[in-house]
Design a protein around this ligand. Sequence first.
Ligand code: BGP
Length: 484
Amino acid sequence: MTRTLMWGGATASSQYEGAATVGGKGLDTQDVRPWKPRTSNATCETRLLTASAVAKAKADLAAREGNYPFTRGTQGHDHLEEDIALLQELGIDIYRFSLSWARLFPQGDEAEPSPEGLAYYDRVFEAVRAAGMKTFVTLTHYAIPLHLVEAYGSWTNRALIDLYERFARTVFERWGSMIDYYLPFNEINAGYFSPWNGVGLLRPEDGPYDQSAVFQSLHHQFVASAKVIRAQREICPDARSGCMVAAFCYYPHTCSPEDNWIKLHDEQVNMWYPVDVLACGIQPYYMDAFYRDHGITVDITDEDLELFARYSCDFVSFSYYSSSVLGAADNGEQTAGNLVCSIKNPYLEASEWGWQIDPVGLRTQLNAFYDRTHKPVFVSECGFGARDRLEDDGSIHDPYRVEYLERHFEQLLLAQQDGVDVLGFILWGVIDIVSAGSCEMAKRYGVVYVDADDRGEGTYERRKKDSFDWYRSYIESYHATHGA
Ligand code: BGP
């Protein structure tokens, strides 16, 4: 029996809410990321923070200086009801949003949550429910309280697992009856490529990250995920638990055997590792060789392995924006992508940010995830990041976004016809938000335009782009033929 798909939209607290200190919210790991003009080194400086960069950010914020876009997001905190009304008009079935750990627990290790934080998310859950949308909750989306980095060493420290479980139990006890789907962590494999965003790990001032610290932190997040699922099954058993990775849809650069091996090997470590642990409940064999070959040590207990086996998730999900090309020689021209760079694919066009547009890759990934896990699959993020123009008459014409979505929806429906148990599709950044990779406002994904620029100037007024009506009528006609 083919499922009726859910069509949704997503935001993330640090890219959307703003109000960084309102209601006693603590500073988090995204608040201290600065905006920098786009140069070759900007991504590194704004994404892989050092202790000195964090110290500078804290001093700047205290002096109300500098440009820290995640402290203002797109002022979602102050536009909440208006935005939910726009999403209701859009007719989406499900809204994916994340909770700010630092808004509920400003330091992260308090015994009790902040009353102001609870009140804010009461407003969010009630507004989403009243608008008739299902909820898809991300417990943590790249943002943890800064105090946990400074006082505990972030996820390298096993103590964070219990603090995280306390945060999650608070969420389940208060809003569990209003949670349909949830993720303990956004794009959990990001910890490997973007350790500050993924696992809150500072980059050493001089030299590369300690890979043992990176993989130990990832492992602690896996244990935290299993413990959160155990708590959820106790407190709100009707909610559906998921895991999420960034999907890269790798192609070997050539048909050389070496390129084909690299494709499989990197796919295992970069993408399948978290899925095998969180969805299949196993610590995969191939990581032992990877740790050995890279001199990495990770403390994994028998209790951890038992938790993985007992508390694997109900569905799997991934973000999909572009595909990637890998080669043993790595000698092709490079291009950017979500979290990772890749060799340019001569068969594909790319966005202004270099992300290679590959709708068929979405069908390939949906089949690959279902084939590996045999669990229902959600596309928890997908969309086209582009520079949109506000015309003098207030209109915003984005045919490139409509074309991107139309071609990806076709492939999604084909994957369903292939027999993949697809749950639905979540449009990333449904209301324009700050870009996580480049800290830019200029890179927009939404069907709703927000009047703000990279320096935070603007009215923050919301306007419908042409894609708004297109997505609204797509969802309407889909349900007219497939039922609610
Ligand atoms: C994913 C993140 C999102 C989002 C998206 C788009 O990696 O989960 O937070 O931002 O990518 O990337 P960007 O904002 O860098 O364009």
